[in-house]
Design a binder for this molecule. Sequence first.
Ligand code: F3S
Length: 387
Amino acid sequence: MYLSREEEGIYQGEKGETLRRMMEILVALGDIYGAERLVPVRSVQVAGVSYKNIGEAGLEWISDLKGQVAVPSILNPAGMDLCRWKEMGITEQFALKQQETIEAYRKLGVTIDCTCTPYQIYDLASRGDHLAWSESSAVSYANSVIGARTNREGGPSALASALVGKTALYGYHLDEFRRPTFLVEVDADLQGSDYGALGFLVGRIVKDGIPFFRLRGAPTGDELKALGASMAASGSVALYYVEDVTPAPPAWQAEERISIGRKEIDEVYAANSGEDADAVALGCPHCSSEELEKIAGLLKGRTVEKTLWVCTAKKIAEAHPDLVRTIEESGARVFCDTCMVVSPATERFAKMMVNSGKALAYLPGLGKVKAGLGTMEECINVSLGRR
Ligand code: F3S
């Protein structure tokens, strides 16, 4: 891989051991994937934040690094609400380790906002920008809806990009790897969590392919967020297109066609009922302002009978104290900086009902809890003890 004189100097250790190690990671990835060179990134989103996932080895690795990030960098959700962890049922021992992890990132200059929807709170990406983002739903949204360019980075490679300010130019950074491989025709009127169910189905079929959707209507930003998130979890889709909605793809020809109707969407709900859940969680990916408003409207004046978590970015919650108050007056909790999948607090439940195809796919394995799927309204009804 070609390195400029400055990059070569970093690679040789002229700017210290941390940058040398970070450059080594970027060059190793570039060599594996045949990158010609490095490219500057506009922003970085770093995974590997929940202590539940990284453990002691990960914490030591991060704590060992020195220096400051070269570009705006933000974190993925942590294993707990950084302020209200006790209310989640997190142990003191875990909280200390999680706080240590956050402090290690803070020392490197990473912005301490822990969210999978950084695009909802900061201006970090525009069409055509190169990025180094980690979390699969954020990667999908950046590539597909914003039209920026990022591979799905692991924690170490994202941090390497944050400190160096560059990434290796391969994969989704290049037009030739951004051509659709499947045409997906959907003959149904969809809304809300239907997009999560659709993504759950399509991700399983296309795996790491690039679907091009022909839909009946135009999904909202939140619906696109849900669609991308579930395809990234049931498959490993990092880029998709929706005809006349998302930025258009480079010239392409479909290798395969898929047809999906209402029946297939309804089968996803039927096969994953959540009515017997003992807890409900909304906000995968993290809730937008609009979603908080909708949840507040559904809960206003009511009292939940089951645990109901609403996960969002702290900045979104802080911008809407009235909505948070309305939601919490029902007995539900709005937790920030974390989510039902990456927090160990989920493990005490037997079954969790969600309105997210991604959480449905990940909760049994990563959250060690059974999962059921419903619309936002159905989830809230279950939390209220209504059938
Ligand atoms: Fe975000 Fe957690 Fe879902 S990181 S996309 S809320 S699994």
